[in-house]
Design a protein around this ligand. Structure first.
Ligand code: ISE
Length: 336
């Protein structure tokens, strides 16, 4: 196969970013369709995408053909329907996080893929493709600083869109730490607790934040997550890993530092699209490469299900103030 023809579903912030990425930076792939019910938005994303056609629905594009693989970047509530369609059509798919908004729908996707007997879907947990997270992962495994004791995470957004609801603090944001803590430690999240910092009076009225989520892994690692979505100054995702013989910090602010006029300072990211740009590029390039070989690597729908189950416990913990144990189903054969 020469160029992998990718249909991108959703032309919002993330979808448009992926369209640009595939067109400008990814080798061996091109965007053949942009699928988006808001056709004006689709046309805007198509302007600098030579050869990309526009459709309102995935079914319409599949019926017309010219698709080797699908990248789903629509809002989470539409992911299940999108994946059911791509599974039916036998198309390799990368679905942005979260897999689906709840464990019940995530399990339906797992069962549908299991019924086909092989993997088609990769979930877009892009932090697993971030250089520093990968280094930390390897350091934990190598034990060269001793055993890992705990993780202290900070996840800060300048602001959030109007459609962001209070439960999305967990299901849309802490969802990343829930996956990455499992990836780093190799152990599932066993229980979650959530405390509230003093409320930020400048946060949108519907949000009670910042919050402190405490994730406890089966292996006994504690990870605390400051989730803060009204920081205004920029976008930060940092982690400090505590080892028996040292500490590793990742996610420090990028760019240079200037000393000038009696002051010093640097630059901060304003969005996850720049903070994780290289991780997204690496993730999509790896997906394209393995798809062209007829293989599926990277986070599976089972990973997506485990995260959805932990998010459900996280939302309950946030709403009740209780320590909530996560309930998981047994893994299906394809994911063992
Ligand atoms: C957003 O959807 C993301 O995935 C970002 O990585 C995260 O930082 C943000 O909180 C989410 O809303």
């Amino acid at each position: 196969m020469s160029e992998l023809k990718v249909a991108v579903v959703g032309a919002g912030m993330m979808g448009a970013d992926h369209v640009k990425r595939i067109t400008q930076r990814i080798k061996g792939a091109q965007v053949s369709w942009i699928i988006e019910p808001d056709l004006a938005r689709a046309q805007a994303a198509a302007i600098d995408t030579p050869g990309a056609k526009v459709a309102a629905t995935l079914d319409e594009a599949i019926n017309k053909g010219d698709i080797d693989a699908v990248l789903i970047a629509s809002p989470g509530q539409f992911h299940e329907a999108g994946m059911m369609t791509t599974l039916k059509a036998g198309l390799p798919t990368l679905c942005e996080k979260p897999l689906t908004p709840d464990p019940e729908s995530a399990l339906r996707v797992v069962e549908a893929e299991q019924a086909l007997g092989k993997r088609f879907i990769q979930v877009g947990f892009m932090r697993r493709y971030d250089k520093e997270y990968m280094e930390l992962h390897d350091l934990i495994a190598a034990k060269s600083m001793g055993e890992l004791l705990g993780l202290r995470c900070q996840h800060r957004n300048p602001s959030v869109q109007d459609s962001y609801t209070n439960s999305m603090l967990i299901t849309d944001s802490v969802v990343h730490e829930i996956d990455i803590v499992r990836y780093l430690t190799g152990s599932v999240i066993k229980a979650i607790e959530v405390k509230h910092f003093r409320r930020n009076s400048t946060a949108p009225e519907r949000l009670n934040e910042p919050i402190l989520a405490l994730l406890e892994t089966e292996s006994g690692i504690l990870a605390d997550v400051e989730m803060n979505v009204s920081v205004k100054f920029g976008y930060q995702v940092k982690t400090e890993a505590l080892f028996e013989n040292g500490i590793m910090e990742i996610g420090r602010t990028s760019g240079s530092t200037k000393w000038q006029n009696g002051k010093f300072g640097g630059e901060e990211h304003l969005s996850y699209t720049t903070r994780f740009n290289d991780a997204y590029d690496f993730e999509i390039q790896q997906w394209v490469n393995s798809t062209k070989l007829g293989q599926v690597h990277g986070p599976s729908v089972w990973d997506g299900y485990l995260v959805a189950a932990a998010c459900k416990a996280g939302v309950e913990a946030m709403e009740t103030g209780k320590h909530v144990d996560v309930k998981y189903e047994k893994a299906l054969p394809l994911y063992k």
